[in-house]
Design a protein around this ligand. Structure first.
Ligand SMILES: [Zn+2]
Length: 384
């Protein structure tokens, strides 16, 4: 596993700051990964992402398998070459997507049958087929195929899904081992991350974390099944439990969690990597993160507001444009409006994690996060 290395530079309680080295470069942690579901972080060019300091981005196996097809991506040289992003990439296994297709899927021990959301065609994912898809995509970090359940699921349902995910992990690992032993395969090394499931049930989470930990020498760990409808205190409580069980010397990736307050709370609980569609999805709807909470740029109160979206922000949108101008772009359905808010929101989270690293380095993560959260949450969110 010498192609990947994780080094912690600063420990501050459960929080830590470090560097995750991959075959396509470094990621300073904690880090926010922008989501490029369909091989594009919506409305942003890879140059934009580099300029705002993004180091690692995410692609999605389910969506890319359906369109353009993982075989097409492979033929085009893999996801890095296809989308002209030469930095680290992680692919999500598609578990979250196929299990979100309520009524369109059948789960068995072998895998999941589902209907494509694009054309209704019948498809099947197994741990082995998902590994082959992620192999074709060629990301640096590939996630195991897991059984995802709603956040409020009862203990029996959560146990069943968690134990199935563990059995599927073993099958994913076997499939990856098969291609690692194939010396004719000149492609870049990939690290398989297992996913800790278990819903909001502490004993299940503890058991899942221990089983995953004891099942292999993993480069890093995914924490799944959170931010899927459960209350925030439940998510934070489960993160505390998982933090105590996973090896401290490997990166932990909290999947699909990306609201600013959750990033701060996650960092305090030993999480190193985050991703979420929130910054770009909300941006396209006119919502902007600011140090003083969220605002909706479409509101009439910003009609002649000369201030930038966030006076503390140094992104390419805030350096040049007023709230009044961006509001005008949204009102007129101009495409630049979507771009500027997406740019600002991704920048906001990337910079938030840089500030967290600085606080860690200074040994002030608790004071920094209390102050940050108090200000961010001090104003009610304006209606969206
Ligand atoms: Zn900005």
């Amino acid at each position: 596993m010498s192609d990947f290395r994780f080094t912690i530079h600063d420990d501050d309680g459960a929080a830590r700051a470090g560097v995750f080295l991959t075959p396509h470069g470094r990621v300073d942690t904690p880090a926010f990964m922008a989501v490029g579901t369909l091989a594009t972080v919506k409305a942003l060019d890879p140059d934009d992402l580099r300029a705002l300091g993004a180091q690692m981005i995410l692609g999605n196996a389910y969506h890319l398998h359906l369109r353009p097809g993982d075989d097409v991506v492979r033929e085009m040289g893999g996801l890095h070459a296809f989308m002209a992003w030469d930095g680290p990439i992680l692919t999500d296994s598609g578990g979250f997507q196929v299990f979100s297709l309520e009524g369109l899927r059948t789960v068995s021990e072998d895998g999941v049958e589902f209907r494509s959301h694009l054309d209704g065609s019948l498809r099947a994912f197994t741990p082995e087929s998902v590994m082959r898809i992620e192999r074709n995509l060629g990301a640096d970090v590939i996630m195991q195929f897991d059984h995802v359940i709603p956040g409020q699921s009862d203990e029996a349902t959560a146990r069943d899904a968690s134990e199935r995910s563990l059995r599927w992990l073993a099958r994913c690992a076997d499939e990856v081992a098969r291609w690692r032993s194939d010396t004719d395969e000149p492609r870049s090394p990939q690290a398989l991350f297992p996913i800790v499931q278990g819903g909001i049930h502490e004993s299940l989470r503890r058991a899942a974390a221990r089983s995953v930990r004891d099942s292999g020498d993993w480069v890093g760990y995914g924490i799944g099944g959170l931010s899927v409808g459960e209350a925030k205190p439940d998510m934070y409580r489960i993160l505390d439990v998982v933090d105590g069980e996973l090896p401290r010397d490997r990166p932990r990736y909290l999947m699909g969690v990306g609201f600013p307050e959750d990033l701060v709370e996650g960092v305090r609980r030993g999480v190193d990597l985050f991703d979420c569609v929130a910054p770009t999805r909300m941006g396209r709807n006119g919502a902007a993160f600011t140090r003083d909470g969220r605002l909706n740029i479409k509101r009439s109160e910003f009609r002649v507001d000369k201030r930038p979206l966030d006076e503390d922000c140094d992104c390419a949108a805030c350096r040049r444009f007023s709230r009044a101008y961006i509001r005008h772009l949204f009102t007129a359905d101009e495409i630049l409006g979507l771009r500027l808010l997406s740019l600002h929101n991704v920048h906001f989270l990337v910079r938030l994690m840089r500030d967290a690293r600085d606080a860690n380095r200074g040994g002030t993560i608790d004071a920094w996060s209390e102050e940050w959260l108090a200000r961010y949450l001090s104003r009610p969110v304006t209606s969206e």
